[in-house]
Every structure is written in C-alpha cells, then in structure tokens.
Design a protein around this ligand. Structure first.
Ligand code: HAM
Length: 429
C-alpha cells in the first residue's frame, strides 16, 4: 500500500510499543513529582508569540530561527510552544498563584515544537515532562529538583547518566562578564565572520562550538563561575553541600550553556553516555527574573524538563526490558512532609528526603518561610499523613519528631534510625 502523504519532517508516529515506554516515563515522573508535592498543570499548545520572545530570548536559536509562529484569523501572532517554563509562569501570574502558599509546585507533560534540523534525538515536535517550583529562592529547592530528576532516571533503569552543574549568577554580573568574554574571544582569530557576529550577540554560545582551535580558545577564556557575586557564590555552595551530603554525583561544568536566556544562578543538565550527539536527556535551572519579565511581581523560580524521546532511547540503550517497562510505577502521594526550622539540620534532612525517594516513598521539605504552625496547616491542607519536625531542640538531641497527622500523635525518633522508622511507618500505614 502506498500513500502520497508522510508525517512532516522531524515528526513521527508513536506506535503501541513506544507508547508503553512513554506511559511508563510519564507515570514515574508523575509519581515522583506528586510525591514531592507538585500538582499537574496543562497550558495551551500555542501562546502569544511575545511570551517566548521576552523570556526564552530574542537572540537564542529557539526564538531567532526555530519558532513555529503563525497568524490566526484575526491577525494575532501565535507560536506553538517551544518549551513549557514561560507558559507555566504566565499561568502563575494569570491565576494569582502568588496568593497560595509558596513555592507553588507544578508539573506538566506534552509536546513542544522547534524548527530544528532533524537528526537522531532531535525532532521538530518532541515531548517533555517538566516541573516548575515558583516562589522560593532557597538553594534547597535547586538541590531537591536535581534530586528528583536523578531519581527519575534511576527508577527508569538508565545507566551512564552524568549530571553537569554550574551557576551563571545574576543578569548584572553576567552582562559584565559577557563584555569581558567578548573582548577576549574577539582577540583570537580562531572564529569565522559568522561566529564573530554571534559572539558579539552572545559570547557564551562559543562554549558550545567544536573544533580544536576554537576549543583551545574557549578553554582558556574566563568562566562565569569565577565571576559570581558573593551571594550567588554562597547560594551555589549551599546547593553543592546539599548534593554532596545526599551522595549525589555531579561534575562542575563551567562550559555548560543552556539555550534559553531566562536562567539565573543554578543551571544543570543530565547527559547520557549511551546517546550520540544529542546526549542531553534533561535539564533546567533557576529563573529568578522570569516572572518579573512578563509583568508579575519579582518572584524567584526553578525547574527542569526532560525529553521523552531521548529518555526512551537511553532506556533502550541501557537494556531496559519490556517487562521492566510494564512494571507499575510507585505511588504518587506525598507521605512525608519535612518541617525543618533549624537551619543546621537542613543538609541532614535533605538527605533523609532523598533516601525516602529511593525507597519509593513520596517526601518533600517545606521551603516557604512560614512558622511551624502554618507549616502544619499546610501539611493538613495537603493531606500529608506524616510530618517530620526538626527544630533546634530536636536537632540538639540528634532526633526528629514524627507526627501522625490523622491520629494527632507524635513521637521522637533518633536520627540514627530515622530512615528505617519512617519506612516502617509508611508500610504499616
Ligand atoms: P531544554 O533543555 O531546551 O529545556 O529542553 C529540555 C529537554 O527536552 C532536553 O534536555 C531534551 O531532552 C529535550 N529536547 C529539547 N529539544 C528537543 C528536540 N528538538 N528533540 C528532542 N528532544 C528535545 C527547556 O525546555 C526548559 N523549559 C527546561 C526548564 C524547565 N528549565 C526550567 N524549568
């Protein structure tokens, strides 16, 4: 049989076998996200074009040459969304979500559209699952997001995954650094005319370019991570301490460039050894200016997205079997909310949350700057069965209070047996 028609270049049909893998990825992501207190959001497939121009950035590849932009019948310029962060931030403002307890945590899935040169792992319509947490600049949030995505890949059986991490500071220090970098790069004759033009627009992109000569110049060039302000540096060091304390491996990669302009401070990318040139399976970071850029009050945020096609490919390359694909996902309710009011306890408790995730149990830490009382109210609102409280007194005794919300009962548990005790309670119910 023959048809004159084919799918448009860079798109594909999802057939049943692949749909099963896709379902599994989304189910695990949902379980992890909802276990950490994220609720689902779905925004439209198309948005006002200006939303992406203002946030993703005019000089980025995505906006300058990859957008599917069209005029509707009334002459409005609309764009098939190339990514999910800007739409979620728009929705946060539009629905007055700043009035909810912060941070507001949202997850989403769906197709994204970029007019890219099609190749293995690079499509014009691809699918993402992503999370956004808006309303907190706490470095614990950055670390928690990274931990979640790492657990997602582990649960899906991915092997050979590496986490690349860096901080790009604030737009002000970056602007200053960009001037310095531009000058340094343009002094070299390693770049052709087109590259020199692009360096003038955004010199950081040169870190993405290959070729031994170019590479030597960019290797020797100054890096943003060495130009961070003290507060940005302190923020990044806390993210690292939390990751280190939880045993999460990463490489500091000062060359890491994300193709979107809205990032500030922490940025990260997970790469798979098993994939070819398109090795980035998921990435994200902090975007503390984005909400303000689109008309909201200054509100920090952070998130990530992972590409379903690339994750499926990486599962295949890791030898994940059909039986493993068919295994049920973990539960998706939040079982434990950690209310940590003693700052010194943060790292230890962050590790405890990560350990529960490893056990397949939903857990998260309170990050709003609220009193213990309002944290408990929030726990009740969320319907969380257990709250783990660590204030200065408990911390001084190396213990935590574990409160059963339904029974209004609580006990003190030594931190040395906390993991075991929490798992036992969750299993007993
Ligand atoms: P991104 O890195 O542009 O980030 O895309 C996220 C993931 O989507 C990539 O790691 C990759 O797996 C997949 N992806 C991107 N483009 C393609 C393509 N053409 N074909 C196949 N897969 C692709 C974002 O989109 C940000 N919104 C992530 C984020 C959320 N940052 C903060 N919050």
């Amino acid at each position: 049989m023959a048809t004159r028609f084919q799918v448009p270049r860079g798109t594909y049909d999802l057939l049943p076998e692949d749909a099963a893998v896709r379902r599994r990825i989304v189910a695990e992501a949902r379980a992890l996200a909802e276990g950490a207190g994220f609720g689902q959001i779905a925004t439209p497939i198309f948005e006002d074009s200006e939303l992406f121009v203002h946030t993703v950035g005019e000089a980025t590849d995505i906006v300058s040459k990859e957008m599917y932009t069209f005029e509707d019948r009334s002459g409005r310029s609309l764009t098939l969304r190339p990514e999910g962060t800007a739409p979620v931030c728009r929705a946060y403002i539009e629905h007055g979500m700043h009035k909810l307890p912060q941070p507001v945590k949202l997850w989403y899935e769906g197709p994204m559209f970029r007019y890219e040169a099609p190749q293995a792992g690079r499509y014009r319509q691809h699918s993402q699952v992503g999370v956004e947490a808006i309303g907190s600049d706490d470095p614990t949030l950055d670390a928690e997001l990274i931990d979640l995505l790492g657990h997602l890949y582990a649960r899906l059986g991915l092997r050979g995954v590496r986490l690349h991490l860096t901080s790009i500071g604030s737009p002000e220090s970056r602007a200053e650094y960009a001037r310095e970098l531009c000058e340094v790069l343009l002094r070299s004759d390693a770049f052709d005319a087109e590259q020199r033009r692009r360096i003038e627009q955004n010199p950081m992109r040169a870190f993405d370019w290959d070729g031994p000569e170019v590479r030597a110049v960019t290797d020797a060039a100054p890096k943003m991570i060495d130009r961070l302000s003290n507060s940005d540096m302190e923020h990044f060091e806390e993210v690292r301490r939390l990751l280190d304390g939880a045993g999460i491996d990463y490489v500091i990669d000062p060359r890491l460039v994300r193709g979107l302009d809205y990032y500030t401070r922490t940025v990260f990318e997970f790469r798979s050894d098993a994939l070819g040139a398109q090795s980035g399976i998921g990435g994200g970071g902090r975007y503390d200016r984005l909400i303000e850029q689109i008309g909201g009050d200054p509100t920090p945020g952070a998130g990530w997205a992972t590409g379903l096609e690339r994750v499926a490919q990486a599962m295949d390359a890791s030898g994940v079997t059909a039986a493993e694909v068919a295994a049920p996902a973990n539960g998706h309710e939040t079982r434990f909310l950690f209310a940590v009011t003693e700052p010194a306890a943060r790292q230890r408790m962050f590790r405890a949350v990560s350990e529960l995730r490893e056990e397949g149990l939903g857990a998260t830490m309170e990050l709003g700057e609220r009193s213990l009382k309002s944290q408990m109210r929030n726990a009740a609102r969320m319907g969380v069965p257990w709250v783990v409280i660590v204030g200065p007194d408990e911390w001084s005794r190396a213990a935590a209070i574990v409160r059963n919300m339904a029974a209004h009962r609580q006990e003190e548990v030594s931190l040395s047996v906390l993991r075991r005790e929490l798992v036992r309670r969750a299993r007993v119910g």
